[in-house]
Design a protein around this ligand. Structure first.
Ligand SMILES: Nc1ncnc2c1ncn2[C@@H]1O[C@H](COP(=O)(O)OP(=O)(O)OP(=O)(O)O)[C@@H](O)[C@H]1O
Length: 258
């Protein structure tokens, strides 16, 4: 979804970590255990300048996502789900408040540090698949490993593993137009998890799919959490898939409601 590409607004740095120090902290945080908090959000607000004034979109968000959870954000259009998800992935920063990802203060990292952290530890899935149309499923997944700087000798086994994990072992060399919507979304999932992120963020990943294909995607998510030790946070409008969640956060007008 194009809104993922919104340019994060620059803000003054409160802490400047050197790249080496940030990388070291990330490595140290690698010891996270299942059930430990992986994402902690404290009193997050986000406003955007509009015309001469500003629009207050997030109004004091608090949440804690634990390792191995499937967390869902639900709420009406415009309630702030995508704005929050962008911040959980370090694509945007809060106007105030704190977001910690595996002990990293996302709200304090500069653009380069957040880019590095995303490249290593976070995967994104878009509503509109975001696959390169001229590349096969295999090449799409391989490309994400190249971009993540994974050594070339690891590409083949990892691409095979990821495509098999999402149930596309027999469709590895098809191009996107030769695949159904559900299959394309599963390629996008394989692509997003190939570099072994700890956190997978998905903005309405089932929105373009019928209920059967949506259920397949949710089954793949469950499988990924189990076999790849990942944590997933996604937005949805679809009430039928909420029961798959470990925790549902309902948003209304920039806040969570009970
Ligand atoms: N960069 C921006 N500048 C101005 N307003 C913005 C910006 N980003 C989001 N908004 C506004 O914030 C509100 C929440 O948007 P957001 O996309 O987070 O909602 P959402 O719950 O994800 O909606 P949907 O379910 O339709 O995707 C909307 O009113 C939107 O117009």
């Amino acid at each position: 979804m194009m809104r993922w590409l919104r340019k994060p607004v620059q803000r003054e740095e409160t802490t400047v970590l050197s790249e080496t120090a940030a990388a070291e902290e990330i490595r140290r945080a690698d010891e996270s255990v299942p059930g430990a908090p992986i994402l902690t959000v404290r009193d997050v607000h986000r406003s955007f300048p509009v015309g001469g004034g500003e629009i207050h979109v997030l109004k004091g968000i608090n949440m804690e996502v634990r390792a191995g959870q499937l967390a869902m954000l639900k709420g009406r259009s415009g309630s702030g789900k995508t704005t929050l998800l962008n911040m959980l992935g370090g694509l945007d920063q809060p106007t105030s408040g704190e977001i910690r990802f595996r002990d990293q203060p996302l709200h304090e990292l500069n653009d380069d540090q957040r880019t590095m952290l995303r490249r290593d530890q976070i995967g994104f899935i878009f509503q509109a698949y975001a696959l390169l149309p001229l590349l096969s499923a295999w090449e799409n997944v391989e490309l994400s490993l190249r971009m993540a700087g994974v050594p070339a000798q690891e590409w083949k086994p990892r691409v095979t593993h990821c495509l098999e994990l999402v149930g596309l072992g027999k469709r590895m060399f098809h191009r996107p137009f030769e695949l159904s919507g559900g299959e394309q979304q599963r390629v996008a999932i394989a692509k997003a998890i190939a570099h072994r992120p700890k956190l997978l963020l998905a903005d309405e990943p089932t929105a373009n799919l019928d209920s059967q294909m949506g259920a397949q995607v949710m089954a793949v998510f469950r499988n990924i959490i189990h076999t790849e030790q990942m944590t997933i946070c996604m937005t949805t409008h679809d009430p039928t898939i909420l029961e798959v969640a470990d925790h549902v956060y309902e948003m209304a007008d920039g806040r969570f409601i009970e």
